[in-house]
Design a binder for this molecule. Structure first.
Ligand code: PRX
Length: 649
């Protein structure tokens, strides 16, 4: 029997105390959602959200696909995450910070309130940041990043975090697209025992463009020397102390944008995924309670970076809305040794640990028995996200890290979905390794064909969400047409456009959904999502390159790696082409876009109408036999030449 078929039953002791204790409870909730969709969501919105003015309608579909949830309701997300907890949790740790060098700081809800209020006043009064203004954060994993997010939420500014691994060029593009008024950054931070720098990337970005930016607020973390632009740059550490400790929050509409987060699509430039306020925070909190089953005294650790959606929803917004303690870690889980993560679990008595399959594979490879050296008995739930998890990694995570007693929640979701969509519930769902199992209650996930028909059991198809949900993407910043076409342009069910995820999936005989991976031109390297078109556009900037095609190749640790085919212009010979192209990718996008394989080929396989046959290139990169008919190619002999080159690579 394959691991895939084994059902791992929930731990009965855990299930007895879980929010969702068994499959009957799951089906009761899901059936309620099926029978009375708006009633289902109303119940939770009324129970969970601290409404400052009531909403008038649960779901407004009149302007589909621009759905509106909890119309005209008023709330403030920073109130939901901080103020409302102060009555009974003021002294409870909200953020537990561990620095790269092992320094630990505990920030209580009362202290978090003070920091956020001061930062909100700083933004509002010193920099005139108003409701609706965009604030770009280019920040390390330090508590000030969370303060900045929540301060923006407090005054109604829209934050847009750019992952600290992106290059100045990528940062500039995102600043310009959002027309940001201010950038918040840090001098740098620490990684693997050494300081690293961020501020200079902001300086470069603002030299290249980003004219909308009026000020740069700099948090001093490592105090390394940095350039300073007088009049533009401001020292957070100096300014913050004189700020007033109270900043009344703005009354925000349910649909007011909370943040933008740029992500890659299959075509063109990155998209500014726009999330709203009420629906997003509701689902962030509900999924913390259902999927991670957080309880009052839990210490939750999500290892993502705040620059990705996982960091937004499951380091900051979800845990704080749920009133739990969230661990924020500056460093990497393998430094100073392969036991760092497990030592932290032991030291902080972590109850839920949430990471990516790539990290699990690295930790496994670096120290198979390392978890056994530590007391990991505090762990209750283990989570994975971002890419399919392979059975060996799953097994190690379950047996060695979780001591065969913790549920593994394989959470499937996306930047656009705001929170989890398909995942086991740790007290209820019998689990199959490497399978995301069932859609969460309230989420209508279906595997369809392009005509919206349901696929047979076991057949691969397109993973669609057939009803709008509260935490869904609201728009692509500044590009509503692209929003409608990118997500609702491909599949219609019963004549109605439905949200297509871009992923392929299949449903098994138990109704369980297994994610197969992207079916569009998006690749996933170590859980980082990148568009092949974006990478191709960067490579094409090299003067010696005439044609380029980018595909994914399976990778033992990273899940997928980048494989690039280039055709050089006549007469160009470049012995160092790999380093050259990788340097270009690093400066245009960031180090995450560097390719493992770059091969120079005499031409690309094209049809007579000039279309590149990417399927052939994918097969070659994977080392597969070419089974498709190549006789219709403009030059069939090119395939053999490319195969030879690929073998040499
Ligand atoms: O392909 C799916 C994969 O990650 C994509 C979303 O990437 P991003 O927006 O960067 O968000 C990542 C973190 C939520 C999806 O379209 N993906 C995400 N979770 C899983 C997954 N693939 C398989 N299994 C998962 N659990």
């Amino acid at each position: 029997m394959s691991t895939q078929k084994i059902l791992y039953q929930p731990n009965p002791e855990f299930a007895a105390k879980a929010a969702i204790k068994n499959m009957d409870m799951y089906w009761k909730l899901q059936n309620k959602a099926i029978e009375d969709y708006e009633g289902f969501w109303k119940e939770f919105a009324d129970e969970k959200i601290d409404w400052l003015a009531p909403y008038e309608k649960v779901l407004d579909e009149s302007n589909a696909p621009f759905y509106e949830w909890f119309t005209n309701g008023k709330l403030n997300v920073s109130n939901q995450c901080i103020d409302r907890h102060l009555a009974d949790k003021a002294h409870k740790t909200a953020i537990l910070f561990e620095g790269d060098r092992g320094d630990v700081e505990r920030i209580s809800y009362a202290q978090l309130s003070l920091h956020v209020n001061r930062m909100a006043n700083l933004l509002k009064h010193e920099f005139n940041v108003q409701k609706g203004d965009r604030v770009v954060l280019y920040m390390p994993m330090i508590p000030e990043s969370a303060y900045a997010m929540l301060a923006c939420a407090r005054i109604g500014a829209i934050h847009s975090i750019v992952f600290g691994g992106f290059s100045s060029e990528a940062l500039k593009d995102r600043i310009e697209d959002a027309e940001a008024k201010i950038v918040i950054t840090a001098d740098g931070a620490y990684r693997k025992g050494k300081p690293y720098m961020l501020k200079q990337v902001v300086d470069e970005a603002l030299t290249q463009g980003g004219k909308s930016v009026e000020a740069v607020l700099v948090v001093k973390r490592n105090n390394e020397p940095i350039e300073w632009v007088e009049g533009r740059d401001h020292n957070y550490n100096e300014l913050i102390t004189s700020q007033h400790a109270e900043c009344p929050f703005e009354l925000m509409d349910s649909e007011d944008p909370l943040f933008l987060l740029y992500t890659s699509g299959s075509t063109g430039k990155p998209k500014g995924v726009q999330h709203g306020s009420a629906g997003y925070i509701l689902w962030a909190q509900m999924t913390m309670e259902w999927v991670f089953d957080v309880k009052c005294d839990d210490v939750f650790w999500c290892t993502a970076d705040i620059g990705w959606i996982t960091g937004h929803t499951y380091i900051v917004y979800g845990p704080l809305a749920a009133g739990t303690t969230t661990l924020m870690f500056e460093g990497v889980p393998t430094y100073p040794d392969a036991g760092r993560a497990w030592k932290m679990v032991q030291d902080h008595k972590i109850t839920q640990f949430y990471t990516a399959p790539t990290a699990i594979r690295v930790l496994h490879k670096m120290g198979e028995d390392e978890p056994k050296k530590y007391d990991l008995s505090s762990l209750k739930v283990l989570g994975t996200v971002g890419e399919p998890i392979d059975p060996p990694a799953w097994k190690w995570y379950y047996e060695t890290v979780g001591n065969s007693k913790c549920a593994i929640v394989d959470t499937y979701w996306q930047t656009e979905t705001g929170g989890h969509m398909i995942s086991p519930l740790p007290g209820a769902t019998p689990i199959k390794a490497g399978c995301a199992t069932l859609a969460l209650p309230g989420i209508m996930a279906e595997v369809l064909n392009i005509d919206g028909e349901t696929k047979e059991v076991g057949e691969g198809g397109l993973l669609c969400i057939t009803k709008p949900w509260p935490a869904m993407i609201r728009n692509i910043w500044g590009d509503p047409d692209r929003y409608a076409s990118a997500y609702f342009g491909d599949v219609a069910k019963d004549g109605q456009p439905v949200y297509f995820t871009g992923d392929g999936a299949r449903v098994d005989e138990d109704g369980y959904i297994t994610i197969v991976g992207r079916v569009d031109d998006v690749i996933n390297v170590s859980g980082h999502r990148m568009g092949t078109a974006e990478i191709e556009a960067a490579v094409a900037k090299d003067d010696s390159v005439t044609e380029v095609a980018v595909v994914a190749r399976p990778h033992e640790i990273k899940g997928e790696s980048i494989f690039i085919y280039i055709v050089l212009k006549d007469g160009h010979i470049n012995a160092d082409i790999k380093n050259h192209i990788n340097a270009l990718l690093s400066s245009e996008i960031g180090n995450i876009a560097k390719a493992d394989h770059i091969i120079e080929v005499p031409g690309l396989p094209k049809t007579r109408s000039g279309k590149i046959m990417r399927r052939i290139l994918r097969s070659i990169a994977k080392g597969e036999e070419i089974t498709q008919d190549i006789s219709t190619l403009e030059d069939p002999s090119i395939v053999e030449q490319i195969i030879t080159k690929a073998r040499e690579a």
